[in-house]
Structure formats: structure tokens, C-alpha cells
Design a protein around this ligand. Structure first.
Ligand SMILES: [Zn+2]
Length: 261
């Protein structure tokens, strides 16, 4: 699908026939901005930075999906047009300022302009993910994959990987319990963000409400800057998630072989 066309922009569904119990989600997979939004007034530097998307998250999630034979749903539109991990009424859904970046194309949007983005970006994403979950009866777990900037508002962040959860902490608890077996990185609960920051919308809307155990994984994006590192992190996460499934008694990881392209 051409993201420049007018009208609804459906997310990518990778490995739609996957047999694994995990569904992977990446709301911030893309920095693409449909032509009608004129780059929101941003320059190329802004558009490739973390404010427009989660660098590296798509590649990691897709590789993990391949290893777990998981279905993977990824937005094709920059979160600056609409952040699919936010409710339409959230001020962060179409932010006028993101961290230290002003977003000219989001200033003083009319109700009609906001509604156009909700209808063409958020609702197609939400509906597609809902349809995937209801159609694939084997799903037990939802894992959303994100990356975060090492420096935020000028402050360095030490945490390497955040394991985030809302009211259902079962999968996150088990991941944290087993983390030492899979990585020596600095892994923390609900850092650098947590439910109080409004980042658990997808977990609640599609995980908790459907009875799926769920977790949001945040990876510091300097760990994902080169392909070889993304492969290392993907392999580590796939093994870790698979072990958590085993621990929880879920035959979760599908057939465990690479899925077709
Ligand atoms: Zn994100």
C-alpha cells in the first residue's frame, strides 16, 4: 500500500498465518509521513530522529516474529501524524511539541483535521489489530516493541531495556525474573516510561481487554544502531520470550523456524 495515497492507511501485517501464541506489535515502526501532511513542516534531520519513530524497533520485532512464528502488526505512519499508542483524546496523540521538537504541522489542528487522522491512521490500525487477535484463536500473549532515545531533555539514561506493564504484570514479572539468563544489559521494570506516562494504551486496549498476557519492551536505540546489533538483540529477545512462554506453561513460540518472507 502506498502511504502517500489519501484515505485509510492500514498497518502492515507480517506473517499473518503465524502459528505462535505471541502477537507482536510496533506502533512506532515507521517515520513515513503521507504527502498530504507536507512533512508536518519538519526537516530531514527531525524526520529521521527518535521523535518521528522508534529507530530499530521494526527490524527487531520482525526478526523476533520470524523466530517465534508470530503475527506482527506494524504501523506504516509516523507517530507525529498520529501516535497509535494513544487514545484520540490524549494530547500526545498528535503532539504540538514532542520532547524538545516543535511540530509545526500539528499546531492548532481543527477538529476536522484531527478527525481525519483518527479515521485514516488510528482506527485502521486499531481495527486491523483487533481483527488479527479475534481471527487467530491461538494467541495468548501480546508483546509491543519500542525503542527510546539515550538522551532525553538533555539527560542521559542508564537503563538499556525497559519491561513495561499495566495492570496485568504476569508476563513482565516472568521476563524480569529470567532476564539474567539472557542478557547482562541493564533491564528495569517500567522504565524509562510507565503506565503513568500513558504508554500502555495498546496493552490495555488489545491485551488486557482480550485476556492476552502482555508486555511492552523498550530498547535504548543506541543498542539498535547497526544491523549486527539488531540481530543480536532480536535473537536474545526471541529466546527470552520463548523461555517465558515455557515458564508460564504456554506452548507459545510456534514452530520456531524462520517464517516465509
Ligand atoms: Zn515507541
Amino acid at each position: 500500500m502506498d502511504p502517500d495515497q489519501a484515505g485509510p492507511i492500514l498497518p502492515e501485517v507480517f506473517n499473518a498465518g503465524g502459528s505462535g501464541a505471541v502477537v507482536l506489535v510496533c506502533e512506532h515502526a515507521s517515520n513515513a509521513i503521507p504527502a498530504r501532511y507536507a512533512n508536518l513542516g519538519l526537516d530531514d534531520g527531525d524526520l529521521t530522529s527518535h521523535v518521528a519513530w522508534d529507530p530499530g524497533a521494526y527490524d527487531v520485532a520482525r526478526a523476533v516474529a520470524g523466530q517465534l512464528d508470530a503475527i506482527f502488526v506494524a504501523s506504516r505512519v509516523s507517530r507525529l501524524v498520529y501516535d497509535c499508542n494513544r487514545l484520540p483524546e490524549s494530547p500526545d496523540a498528535m503532539p504540538e511539541i514532542s520532547e524538545i521538537f516543535e511540530i509545526p504541522g500539528n499546531k492548532e489542528l481543527s477538529d476536522a483535521q484531527k478527525r481525519e487522522r483518527v479515521e485514516n491512521v488510528y482506527l485502521p490500525f486499531k481495527q486491523t489489530l483487533s481483527d488479527v487477535i479475534s481471527r487467530a484463536g491461538q494467541l495468548k500473549i501480546m508483546v509491543t516493541v519500542h525503542s527510546f532515545t539515550p538522551v532525553y531533555f538533555g539527560a542521559s539514561r542508564d537503563v538499556h531495556i525497559g519491561i513495561l506493564h499495566d495492570e496485568d504484570s504476569r508476563f513482565a514479572d516472568a521476563m524480569l525474573e529470567l532476564s539474567g539468563q539472557f542478557t547482562s544489559l541493564d533491564v528495569r521494570r517500567n522504565e524509562p516510561y510507565g503506565p503513568e506516562d500513558g504508554v500502555t494504551h495498546t496493552l490495555i486496549e488489545h491485551g488486557v481487554r482480550n485476556g492476552l498476557m502482555n508486555v511492552m519492551i523498550e530498547i535504548r536505540n543506541d543498542l539498535l544502531a547497526v544491523e549486527q546489533d539488531r540481530i543480536i538483540i532480536s535473537d536474545m529477545l526471541a529466546a527470552w520470550i520463548g523461555a517465558v512462554c515455557d515458564k508460564l506453561g504456554i506452548a507459545g513460540a510456534g514452530k520456531g523456524t524462520a517464517c516465509p518472507e
